[in-house]
Design a protein around this ligand. Structure first.
Ligand SMILES: C[S@@+](CC[C@H](N)C(=O)[O-])C[C@H]1O[C@@H](n2cnc3c(N)ncnc32)[C@H](O)[C@@H]1O
Length: 286
C-alpha cells in the first residue's frame, strides 16, 4: 500500500485526515496505527436501492451487498476502542441484512435501532417532491452498535433528557443540500448528504473531547464538518478521519472543497491532510 500526501490545508498542527481510497484498502491501512483507538465510527453506505440518479454506485456489488458491508464492518470493528460505538445509516431495503450482520459481529445486546426523519416541513423549504408509488418514505434508520454497551461512556443527554430513539429536529436530506449550497453554491452537487446537526449530535453523545471520529463512506464530508463545529462549540480536540473513493471525482470536487470552505467560513482554526491511498495491486499498475 502507498499513502501519498496530496495537500495540507489550514492549521499545520492538525492531524485530521481525508483519504481518497477504496475504503477496504483504507481500513486495512488504518489497522496498524489505529486499532482499538477509535471512539466513534459513523457511516452512510450505499443502500443497495438501485437508484440511478444519485451519482455513486448504490447496488450491484460483486459478491452482493451483505458481503461488501460485512467485510468492511469486520475491519472497522477492530479499530474501535473498548468504549467505542458505530452509527450506520440505512433504509428499509437492507435493514434486516444489516441487523443480522451487526448482531453477529457485536451481539444483539450491543445493537440499537434509531429512526431519523429524513423529511420534516420546517427544514424542507427547498425540497423537491418526488413521485410516490404507495407510501411516501419519510424516515430512515440508524443502526447503533456498541463495542460493549456497559463500557460506553455515553453523554446521551439532550436538553436535560435522555436521547430518544427518534432523532428529530436536526435537519433533513433537503436541509443537508442547503448546507452544501451555502458553502459551495450548488444544491445538487451530491444527492444524499446527511445534515450537519445530525452528525454533530451523534458525535457529541458518543465521544470524549479528544476522541478520533472515523467515517469511511464520507461522501460530501459532513462528518468532518460536524466534528470541527462541535470542537468549536465545546473546546474539544476531536480528530476526524474521512475516507471516500474517487467515484465521480467526489473527493476532489466535493469533500475537499466542502471541508476547506467550512474551515474558512466558520473560522474553525483547524485543518487537514489530504492523502491518496493505493493498494499494492494499484501500485503495480502504475
Ligand atoms: C451515501 S454517500 C455518503 C454521504 C455522506 N453521509 C454525506 O453527508 O455526504 C456514500 C459515499 O461513499 C462512497 N463510497 C461508496 N463505496 C465506497 C467504497 N467502497 N470506498 C470508499 N467510498 C465509497 C460513495 O462514492 C459516496 O460518496
Amino acid at each position: 500500500m502507498k499513502l501519498e500526501l496530496v495537500e495540507s490545508f489550514g492549521n499545520a498542527l492538525s492531524e485530521n485526515m481525508i483519504i481518497e481510497s477504496e475504503n477496504i484498502t483504507a481500513l486495512e491501512y488504518l489497522q496498524e496505527e489505529f486499532s482499538g483507538k477509535i471512539d466513534v465510527i459513523t457511516i452512510d453506505p450505499p443502500y443497495n436501492t438501485d437508484i440511478s440518479h444519485i451519482g455513486y454506485r448504490d447496488s450491484n456489488f460483486e459478491n452482493g451487498w451483505s458481503t461488501f458491508i460485512k467485510e468492511r464492518l469486520a475491519l472497522a470493528k477492530i479499530l474501535m476502542s473498548d468504549a467505542g460505538s458505530m452509527f450506520i445509516n440505512i433504509d428499509e431495503n437492507e435493514l434486516v441484512s444489516l441487523l443480522e450482520i451487526c448482531y453477529d459481529l457485536f451481539g444483539k445486546e450491543n445493537v440499537n435501532i434509531l429512526v431519523w426523519p429524513k423529511i420534516d416541513e420546517p427544514f424542507d423549504m427547498n425540497r423537491v417532491e418526488k413521485p410516490v408509488f404507495n407510501i411516501k418514505s419519510a424516515h430512515e434508520y440508524i443502526v447503533l452498535c456498541y463495542m460493549d454497551k456497559k463500557n460506553t461512556v455515553f453523554s446521551n443527554m439532550r436538553n436535560g433528557k435522555p436521547m430518544e430513539s427518534i432523532i428529530k429536529g436536526l435537519g433533513t436530506t433537503s436541509s443537508a443540500k442547503d448546507e452544501i449550497a451555502q458553502l459551495l453554491g450548488k444544491r445538487e452537487m451530491f444527492s444524499t448528504p446527511k445534515p450537519m446537526r445530525l452528525l454533530e449530535e451523534i458525535i457529541r453523545i458518543s465521544s470524549q473531547k479528544d476522541s478520533i471520529i472515523l467515517d469511511f463512506f464520507a461522501g460530501s464530508g459532513t462528518t468532518g464538518h460536524a466534528t470541527m463545529s462541535l470542537n468549536k462549540f465545546d473546546g474539544g480536540r476531536r480528530k476526524f478521519i474521512l475516507v471516500t473513493n474517487d467515484e465521480n471525482d467526489i473527493c476532489k470536487n466535493v469533500t475537499i472543497p466542502r471541508i476547506k470552505k467550512s474551515i474558512e467560513v466558520y473560522n474553525y482554526r483547524d485543518g487537514f491532510n489530504y492523502y491518496k491511498l493505493r493498494s499494492r495491486y494499484q501500485c503495480d499498475l502504475f
